[in-house]
Ligand binder design. Sequence first.
Ligand SMILES: Nc1ncnc2c1ncn2[C@@H]1O[C@H](COP(=O)(O)OP(=O)(O)O)[C@@H](O)[C@H]1O
Ligand SMILES: [Mg+2]
Length: 277
Amino acid sequence: MTDAKKIVVETKNLTKIYGDGDGVCALDSVNLTIRAGEFVAVMGPSGSGKSTLLNLLGALDRPTNGVCMVNGQDLAKVKDLDRFRSKAVGFVFQLHNLIPTLTALENVEVPLQEENMSDAARRKRAEELLGLVGLSDRLHFMPAQLSGGQRQRVAIARALANRPAIVLADEPTGNLDSKSTDEIMDLLRDLNHAQTTTFIVVTHNPAVARAADRIVTLRDGRVLRDEKIDNVYLEDLREFKQSALGHAILDGNVPAELSEFGVEQIAAPVREVLRRV
Ligand SMILES: Nc1ncnc2c1ncn2[C@@H]1O[C@H](COP(=O)(O)OP(=O)(O)O)[C@@H](O)[C@H]1O
Ligand SMILES: [Mg+2]
C-alpha cells in the first residue's frame, strides 16, 4: 500500500456521547485515516465502540463532536444522507438482514432500484454479483433455503451492488461456524484484491483479523493500537501469549518438564516478542 492511494476515510477527534450530561462516551477523539483498497479489521472488547465507529462512518448516526470524512465528503455537510449511504457505503451486518420474501437475486437488486438502469441490466448486474460470491446456482433461492454462510454471501453481494467506496461489516461472521467464517473471510479478501474495495470489518475473531492488512484496536472508545500487519502471525502470537505456556514464558518460569525440548533456550527471545504484541 503506497501513501499515494486516495484517502477514503478520515476522522478527526471523532467523538460520540450517548445521552446527555454524563452520558456514555462511546467514542473518544478517534483519529483515523484509511486509504483506498485497505482491508482494516477493527477489534476490541465488547462495548469498546466498534459498532459506534462503524455507524458514524456509515452515516447511520451523527457524532457528538469531531469530523468524519468519507469518500471526500464531510458527513456533517451531506444533505441527502440516504443517497450518500446508498452510493458510497455498503453494509454487512452480523445478521444478514435479507428480505425474507425476496429471492437471493431480488435481494441483490434492491439497492440497484435507485440506479437509472433497465430491468434487464439490473438483473444482469445482480447475477454477476451473485456469481462473484459463488452463488450462481442459488439465484432463485429464498433466504430461508440458504445456509448461514450463503445468506451472508448474498448480503455481501448486495453490499457491493453500487460499487461503494467503503464496505462496513459489523461482525459479519459472528453467527457462522468456523468453516463458513473462513470461507467468508477468504471471499472478502478476494473481493478486496479483485475490486480494490476498501473493507472495514469489525470482528472479535483473531482468525478473521488475520485476513486484514491493518488492525485497529479500540478500548473504551479510544484507539489503543493501530497496526499494519506485515506479520500475519501477530494474532497467533497474541493467542499464544494468553496460553499457559505463553504466561509461563513471560513470567520466566518455563515448566521443568519442557526443558528436554529446549524451551528454555528460546524462552528469552520469545519473551521479548510476546512483550511486544
Ligand atoms: N444507542 C445507545 N445508547 C446508549 N449507549 C449506547 C448506545 N449504543 C451503544 N452504547 C454504549 O456505547 C458503548 C460502545 O458501544 P458499541 O459501539 O456498541 O460497542 P462494541 O460494538 O465495541 O461492542 C457501550 O458502552 C454501549 O453500552
Ligand atoms: Mg458491536
